[in-house]
Design a protein around this ligand. Structure first.
Ligand SMILES: [Zn+2]
Length: 156
């Protein structure tokens, strides 16, 4: 199966996109930009405890690429902590793997399926083909499932 290269799939966006040390005025504060793919790599490997191989798969990149992403991410976080710099999480080369919700009309089983992996053909529970989408967020962002948009919605 041919996969588009360089498309780093990201499962969720950071809840807070800016961390700063307390008591340092913004005017003298140095800022480090952690990209969203680096953030995601840290989340998968360090928080969820995935092996690099699994985490790489989740992000749709090779293990070597994952290794580079997380190394760079670790370095930035460490620098922010050690040197008291602010951490801004944005940008990077990634694609949102938003979840689509499906439901089976035969057994009423409902489940989530990530974007970018093709539409499921059958209900995972009863194997019925009578499935439909039940997204709450349908119509939110027309290009949501697209690959490699480059940056997240930077409209703030
Ligand atoms: Zn079913």
């Amino acid at each position: 199966m041919a996969r588009p290269r360089n498309c780093r799939r990201v499962g969720c966006l950071p809840e807070s996109q800016y961390f700063k040390p307390r008591g340092i005025p913004l005017s003298v504060l140095e800022e480090i930009n952690l990209t969203v793919d680096e953030f995601e790599a840290i989340r998968l490997a360090d928080l969820e405890g995935l092996y690099q191989e699994q985490a790489a798969e989740r992000m749709n990149v090779s293990r070597q690429t994952f290794g580079r992403i997380i190394e760079s991410g670790h370095k930035k976080v460490a620098e922010a902590l050690v040197k008291g710099k602010a951490l801004k999480i944005e940008g990077g080369d990634f694609d949102m793997a938003s979840m689509r919700n499906f439901r089976c009309s035969d057994c009423q089983h409902s489940w989530e399926h990530p974007y970018g992996t093709g539409r499921p053909k059958n209900c995972p529970s009863c194997k019925s083909g009578n499935i439909f989408r039940t997204d709450k967020d349908r119509g939110f962002g027309k290009e949501q499932g697209r690959c490699c948009r480059g940056t997240q919605q930077n409209n703030n």
